[in-house]
Design a protein around this ligand. Structure first.
Ligand code: ATP
Ligand code: MG
Length: 427
């Protein structure tokens, strides 16, 4: 035997029955997005590296150390597996002038790639579902998109998800805060870890986001961005808060909430749970009014969020939610391999009529005994057995046997007209 090849570290196979939970979540998301009139967008998994360097910012965890970047061997292009999707969505929106006739509400689902240390809730290929509203400036859309996420938690049966919000203001307000923040951090230089020292003059705001417990107390005393906001920024923030309150959405203002990407301004928010250990942020987002311009489009306001599918599903599981793979309606018992062509044809007719049927297929040593076929039928969870036995076939019939109601009742049905009796098999 050849040497076994395994999946890349931190990249997971999603297998049945677990994949049913994924489909269940995706269905819920599609239905919910439709109710909020958000439309699906699908962008490439590979993008020019420059999109992320410019869009996310050079001094961010993602761009500094987490990107899967490579050179196209054929033409030398610098490419990157997308670490997130907002930059790609914004590129597509600009490239196709999607905002020419007004704002757009979009959503996506798909795999993202970051070279991180794999652990519970943190993988190298992981999945995000995201919502983006582009072309709308007011806090009403910030509120809408937060309400959308909140509605999703409800749909999924999640409890104990709390909302934290903050405002990052506008670039000019951040510049003023930044100067005072740097001065403060310089006064506490002895407490800064290596990451923080490196970021002191490039991205000091991100130091506030540190996960280093030794820096917590120092960071808590740092000048707060929120105290530097002008009237317009505060009004925007107040607008959002009022709309959340009007909808009974509980939130906590976290003045140290900054996001990993540079592109955010005004509202930022996270949905957090305490049930998942260290990786407790299940969804994060905010406003990014300057990103479109940054990557070469015409300036337009925008707000969005992305949720981590693995983390959300872990929480779903903890609450005992999500679906098992559905059992088929019927299982076809085929005692004789010579009957398979006829059986297949009947099953096609039933399936076309909406019945889900699993067929007992031939294996290397034949069809197996009736007993073993009925065992498989039972294990499949099907409510009916379809028995393609020689006697009934001679009469042009197939036997339908109830497998689960305890009655074991049997009836014969005409092979030729499956559509006529299909309805009786459906759940
Ligand atoms: P963290 O602080 O946990 O690294 P982040 O700020 O890098 O998160 P975002 O880029 O905002 O995360 O992504 C949004 C969501 O995607 C996160 O809240 C999380 O649920 C999920 N996510 C991010 N990185 C990973 C990963 N490596 N594996 C699994 N899920 C992830
Ligand atoms: Mg991260």
């Amino acid at each position: 035997m050849n040497q076994k090849i395994s999946a890349v570290k931190g990249m997971n196979d999603i297998l049945p029955p677990e994949s049913a939970r994924w489909e269940w979540l995706e269905d819920k998301v599609r239905q919910l997005m439709a109710r909020y009139a958000y439309r699906n967008i699908r962008t490439p998994i590979v993008e020019p590296t420059a999109l992320f360097v410019r869009g996310l910012g050079e001094v961010t965890d993602i761009v500094e150390k987490e990107m899967y970047s490579f050179e196209d061997r054929l033409n030398g292009e610098q490419l990157t597996l997308r670490p997130e999707s907002t930059a790609g969505v914004v590129r597509a929106v600009a490239e196709h002038s999607l905002l020419y006739d007004g704002g757009k509400r979009l959503y996506y689902m798909g795999p993202m790639f970051r070279h991180e240390r794999p652990q519970r809730g943190r993988y190298r290929q992981f999945h995000q579902i995201g919502a983006e509203a582009l072309g709308f400036a007011g806090p009403d859309v910030d509120a809408e998109i937060i309400l959308l996420a909140h509605a999703l938690w409800k749909e999924l049966g999640l409890r104990d998800v709390r909302l934290e919000i903050n405002s990052l203001g506008q670039p000019e307000e951040r510049r003023q805060h930044r100067a005072e923040l740097i001065a403060y951090l310089e006064r506490h230089a002895g407490l800064l870890d290596e990451d923080a020292r490196r970021r002191l003059h490039t991205n000091p705001l991100r130091i506030l986001d540190t996960k280093n417990p030794a820096m917590q107390a120092m960071v808590e005393g740092a000048p707060r961005l929120i105290d530097f906001l002008g009237e317009a920024s505060l009004a925007h923030f107040d607008g959002l808060k009022a709309m959340l309150e009007a909808n009974d959405i509980a939130y906590r203002i976290n003045p140290r909430l900054v996001r990993g990407m540079d592109y955010y301004n005004l509202s930022v928010f996270e949905f957090i749970t305490d049930s998942l250990g260290a990786q407790g942020t299940i969804c994060a987002g905010g406003r990014y009014d300057y990103l479109i311009e940054e990557i070469g489009g015409k300036r337009a306001p925008a707000v969005g969020w992305a949720l981590g599918v693995e983390r959300v599903l872990e929480l779903v599981k903890e609450h005992g939610g999500g679906a098992e793979p559905p059992a088929p309606d019927a299982y076809a018992v085929v005692p004789d391999a010579r009957v398979l062509p006829l059986a297949l044809k009947t099953l096609q007719g039933l399936r076309a009529a909406g019945v889900s049927v699993q067929m007992h297929a031939a294996s290397a040593d034949g069809m197996g005994s009736m007993k073993s076929q009925f065992k498989k039928a039972d294990a499949s969870g099907a409510r009916y057995g379809l028995i393609f036995g020689a006697d009934e076939l001679a009469r042009g019939m197939v036997t339908v046997k109830a497998l689960r109601d305890g009655s074991g009742a049997q009836v014969e049905r005409p092979l030729g007209q499956p559509a006529d009796w299909a309805a009786a098999l459906k759940a």
